[in-house]
Write a protein that binds this ligand. Structure first.
Ligand SMILES: Nc1ncnc2c1ncn2[C@@H]1O[C@H](COP(=O)(O)OP(=O)(O)OP(=O)(O)O)[C@@H](O)[C@H]1O
Ligand SMILES: [Mg+2]
Length: 386
């Protein structure tokens, strides 16, 4: 964006806000003042909406929400505005006390767009410095590091057929495919991987997941006759023990850098508890999963879950709070309450981007991107597209 475009956008936003300020307020009498602080090199910036006092406007969350909706829509697709968590008031350092405060939003230039991969095999994490990046959209990466400092417990939620399992397999591929290293000029394939073990639990015995496991020599746990849930509990228990052993080593000074990631994938995992009528077993499953989510964070063990619905009926809130990456497909304003469960601050402030594909479209918030809520388009995987 050049200076002329920035000025144009300032005018456009000012004009768009005008009709929504409510009675008694007018931008033309200087009740709001829109300024874009643009960093041309970094291709990002901040939008300030100054509210000179005394003002007829009540500065509160409701005003922030209303303005966020306007900024995200008017900015699209020139800039992507990030909805703040609540009221974000900054000091303008103006010499005039009346204009010392402004509401603030961060933005980046352009809009995130969908990336395409030929196959799951072509999804390799890219090593730059001490970190590993997996492009999930153009300009939007999931990051990992050697120490396990970037927390990556992940949940994919959304209706049947919305692309949860495929998106989860994108993430799993990145964990078990070889790392590509950037040497300053080129990408060089290495024979290192982020994870040395992937445990797959597939209560619905998903076909794509089955093929994926076959290719990587993994035996997924699927319901076959009796004892499935008990076997899963046993597996989770083993993993919990491993986490405890790792933690004990880390406390003694062993660096997590030498420990490869381990990944547990529960495909439609929360449907698991439907597979048993035994209340005690259900409770055991629930508490085991919660303990694992909590303890695994500091043991370089990552838990990935998909679930058609998300609510306190399927996952307790302390387990939910351990989920660092949350992706929700389908219409976030739809009838299910998954949105509110996963995204407490969702007030319909985001423009949901759409393109030629119907799957993998929704909203996301990931720790490696500062937990910011963004409109999400899951990578397109050519080999499985129908
Ligand atoms: N990213 C993608 N790239 C290409 N095709 C996709 C993608 N996501 C989904 N699809 C297509 O949509 C189908 C359904 O996707 P997927 O199995 O991931 O849905 P789901 O949300 O897991 O559904 P369910 O809740 O029923 O398990 C896939 O078999 C595939 O054909
Ligand atoms: Mg699925």
């Amino acid at each position: 964006m050049n200076d002329v475009q920035v000025k144009e956008l300032e005018h456009l936003i000012t004009g768009a806000i005008a009709p929504h300020l409510g009675e008694g307020a007018s931008i033309y009498s200087g009740d709001v003042d829109v300024t874009i602080k643009h960093d041309e090199k970094q291709k990002k910036g901040k939008i300030w909406v100054g509210i000179p006092e005394p003002s007829p406007l009540l500065i509160n969350d409701a005003l922030m929400d209303k303005l966020t909706t306007i900024l995200t829509t008017v900015g699209f697709p020139l800039i992507t505005v990030f909805p703040p968590d609540g009221l974000t008031l900054v000091d303008t350092h103006s010499s005039d006390l009346a204009t010392r405060r402004a509401l603030e939003w961060d933005f980046i230039e352009g809009a995130y767009t969908r990336v395409a991969y030929d196959s799951f095999d072509s999804i390799c994490p890219i090593e730059i410095g001490q970190k590993y990046y997996v492009p999930l959209m153009r300009g939007y990466n999931m990051a990992f590091d050697d120490l396990g400092n970037t927390q990556n417990h992940t949940v994919f939620s959304g209706p049947s057929g919305s692309g949860k399992s495929v998106a989860a397999m994108v993430m799993l591929s990145a964990m078990i495919n070889p790392i590509k290293k950037w040497n300053g000029k080129d990408y060089v394939m290495t024979n290192r991987k982020l994870a040395d073990e992937l445990i797959v639990i597939s209560p619905k015995n998903d076909k794509n997941l089955y093929d994926f496991c076959q290719k990587h020599d993994i035996t997924p746990m699927v319901p076959t006759g009796h004892g499935f849930v008990a076997n899963v509990i046993e597996k989770l228990n083993l993993l919990l023990e491993l986490c405890q052993q790792r933690q004990a080593k880390i406390i003694k000074g062993v660096s997590p850098a030498i420990m490869p990631y381990k990944v547990l994938y529960l495909d439609e995992g929360l449907y698991l508890s439907q597979l048993t009528r035994d209340r005690k077993q259900r409770q055991e499953l629930d508490s085991m999963l919660t303990s694992l989510l909590i303890i695994a964070r500091s043991a370089k063990v990552i838990i990935v879950i998909t679930s058609q619905t998300m609510s306190d009926q399927v996952l307790n809130t302390s387990a939910r709070d351990q989920l660092n990456n949350r992706l929700l497909f389908g219409n976030p304003n739809g009838p299910s309450d998954s949105t509110r469960f996963l995204f407490k601050n969702w007030h319909n402030q985001l423009v949901i981007h759409h393109d030629d594909y119907s799957f993998g479209t929704g909203i996301a918030s990931m720790e490696s991107n500062g937990g910011r809520m963004v409109s999400f388009l899951s990578p397109f995987i050519k080999e499985i597209a129908q």
